[in-house]
Design a protein around this ligand. Structure first.
Ligand SMILES: [Ca+2]
Ligand SMILES: [Ca+2]
Length: 243
């Protein structure tokens, strides 16, 4: 009598277990292979279009933001986001690529236009965002306070954000390495070893220029991780000074 009642119980248990496995597979599924799991993908059956975001200090770099929009708008949709206040910046960062909390866009590139110095970037009212090793000195927020994000390239158009002296693994990271090794998934971080200089003449395109300058040399560096190790290489600026 007992055996007869056990059989359906075993069958139901097996059915539920197989259902649980299938449910797990469904949770992890990425139907369109765009890196966003179906459950958080706004359109799970459509590959998310690429988008470039420019987050910038509108008090100081509004013209530079327009330059970047013009530079890229023919190849990719570019969205400018005014974020001179650090609270606005953090809220914006945490929703990049998303609509109603779900991913609609693949983040190709994020460009940050801010004043900065060795190890931190500066916002309105002198708020700063730092790497962890400076947080006791200039405490405002650290990179690790930002939410997780996935992107191909992060461009830090910020002075001293990519100083080569700050690339060791002892924790005294520059901003670029801080972002690269932070709680994010970023392919490359392009930044400057020295002062980041942008001269911009709005009426004469040929005199617009972008360069990272230390003395006579341009010093743009691209950082990436290979097998957990930080590697870097010099890269050309998007456009050069034209005299
Ligand atoms: Ca997907
Ligand atoms: Ca999709």
């Amino acid at each position: 009598m007992k055996k007869i009642t056990l059989i359906p119980v075993i069958l139901i248990t097996l059915f539920l277990l197989s259902g649980a496995v299938n449910a797990q597979e469904i949770v992890n599924a990425d139907l369109d292979g765009d890196g966003c799991p179906d459950e958080i993908d706004y359109s799970p059956s459509v590959t998310n279009p690429d988008r470039i975001y420019v987050l910038y200090d509108e008090d100081n770099f509004a013209d530079v933001a327009e330059f970047w929009q013009e530079e890229y708008q023919d190849t990719c949709e570019v969205e400018l986001i005014e974020a001179a206040d650090i609270s606005v910046f953090m809220d914006a960062w945490n929703t990049l690529g998303r609509v109603d909390g779900k991913y609609m866009y693949n983040i190709d590139t994020v460009i940050l236009l801010y004043h900065g110095f060795d190890g931190y970037m500066i916002f309105r009212d002198s708020d700063v965002l730092t790497t962890e090793w400076l947080s006791n000195v200039y405490y405002s927020y650290t990179i690790d306070d930002l939410g997780p994000i996935m992107m191909d390239t992060l461009r830090l158009n910020i002075c001293e954000a990519g100083t080569l002296e700050r690339t060791s693994l002892d924790g005294e990271y520059n901003l670029a390495v801080g972002f690269l090794t932070g709680p994010f998934d970023i392919g490359h971080v392009v930044s400057s070893d020295g002062t980041y200089n942008f001269t911009c003449e709005p009426d004469i395109f040929d005199e617009r220029s972008i360069s990272a300058v230390r003395g006579e040399e341009e010093q743009l560096v691209s950082y990436s991780l290979e097998g957990g190790k930080i590697v870097w290489e010099w890269v050309e600026p998007v456009c050069r000074i034209r005299n």
